[in-house]
Design a protein around this ligand. Structure first.
Ligand code: AMP
Length: 364
């Protein structure tokens, strides 16, 4: 079977690495030169809205998916007419727009931070009056890793935020003084069967994920699964979906969904019985879903900007290194390190050493 993937970044690369043992091969469509999935499949170099290239992709594969959610809606619609496309265009359209996402969460009874949309400076002032200060102004579309966001702490910041972000549709959210952030990675098959991984606690800095650690028995597991299940069912979703939440006491506030495999699920490669990448492929191919259970204590550290020497990382007990074949550059995700251990205490000990090394080498 041949899988077409819109996007050829590290998520595409890891999808292919998980698919090769299942006898799958991969064709990627991505305009970037030197894309990091290119060595593990065939890359069509073209813009996402190049209909001729989309036609060639569809002609070469059995099923199409994405590893990048900012694919133009028209391109997704074109692909869906020619090949099975999972997740479908409705899920993609919802996840591309923070306002549409929040409207869906609210319709499904999932709590969200106070929020309001704004298309002008006056509307932005009115929106901040509704959410209260401090607030976060975000572009409704195309944001990732904290890009397209400004924190607003006082009246003067509103104009600064408008100067930086204005001109495109915006959404304002109340600043949530969260206790922690968690994500629930769910997978839904073509037949509607759903599985959920243990929820992970995520640490971000400067809007970029640094560390994800799944829990064996997080008290918020059931609630997170219920919310994720509702959204997947409403979107008639097929594949892996990530749902990010803010935790306040025993409450979950919905932040956003990603209609794809997700950075906070990379620990599943070594810490779960079936990785998120394999389960995404199983789901879109209509195959039985794999066991999402935890194999043992584990954690993931992102390598941002630069990384310690490979030999130093491999010397850590229980370390599994995943490099993406990217050159070092400030703020760029160039790989991640999964740490697995037999006991929580052993994991905590290695994690402390590893995190110090990773932090010292990182840039951005
Ligand atoms: P996002 O791209 O919306 O996931 O935002 C990236 C990160 O910025 C989140 O994971 C949080 O750490 C932080 N953040 C975003 N929105 C808020 C908010 N409304 N309140 C507090 N922190 C936020």
């Amino acid at each position: 079977m041949k899988i077409g993937v819109l996007g050829a970044g590290q998520l595409g690369r890891m999808l292919a690495l998980a698919g090769h043992p299942l006898g799958l091969s991969f064709v990627f469509l991505d305009p970037a030169e030197g894309a990091c999935a290119a060595p593990v499949g065939t890359q069509i170099h073209a813009a996402y809205d190049d209909t001729d290239a989309l036609g060639r992709l569809c002609g070469a594969v059995d099923v199409v998916t994405y590893e990048f959610e900012n694919v133009p809606a028209a391109a997704a619609a074109y692909v869906a007419e020619h090949r099975p496309l999972f997740p479908g265009p409705k899920a993609l359209a919802t996840a591309q727009d923070r306002a549409a996402e929040k409207a869906l969460f609210e319709k499904l009874g999932i709590p969200v931070p106070r929020n309001a949309c704004a298309d002008s400076l006056e509307a932005l002032r009115a929106a901040v009056a509704k959410t209260g200060l401090p607030a976060v102004v975000k572009t409704r579309r195309m944001g990732y890793d904290g890009k397209g966001q400004r924190v607003v702490r006082n009246e003067a910041d509103i104009e600064t935020a408008w100067a930086h972000l204005g001109g495109v549709p915006l959404i304002v959210e109340q600043w949530v003084p969260f206790d922690r952030e968690v994500s629930c990675i769910g997978v839904r098959g073509r037949d509607g069967d759903c599985r959920f991984y243990p929820i992970a606690t995520n640490v971000h800095r400067a809007g970029i994920l640094r560390q994800s650690t799944p829990a064996v028995d997080d008290p918020l597991q059931t609630l997170a699964e219920q919310h994720t299940h509702k959204v997947m069912a409403a979107l008639d979703y097929v594949g892996v979906m990530a749902f990010e939440f803010f935790v306040s006491g025993d409450r979950l506030l919905a932040n956003e969904i990603a209609p794809r495999v997700h950075n906070s699920g990379h620990w599943t490669q070594d810490g779960a019985h079936t990785s998120q990448f394999e389960n995404h492929l199983r789901a879109i191919l209509g195959w039985p879903l794999g066991d999402t259970g935890l194999r043992g204590p584990c954690s993931m550290l992102n390598l941002i900007g630069d990384a310690p020497a490979t030999a130093a990382l491999l010397a850590l007990p229980g370390a599994r290194l995943h490099l993406y074949g990217k050159s070092a550059r400030e703020g760029r995700k160039i790989g991640h390190l999964n740490l697995c251990a037999d006991t929580p205490a052993a994991l905590a000990a290695t994690l402390e050493t590893a995190a110090a090394q990773v932090e010292a080498a990182s840039r951005g």
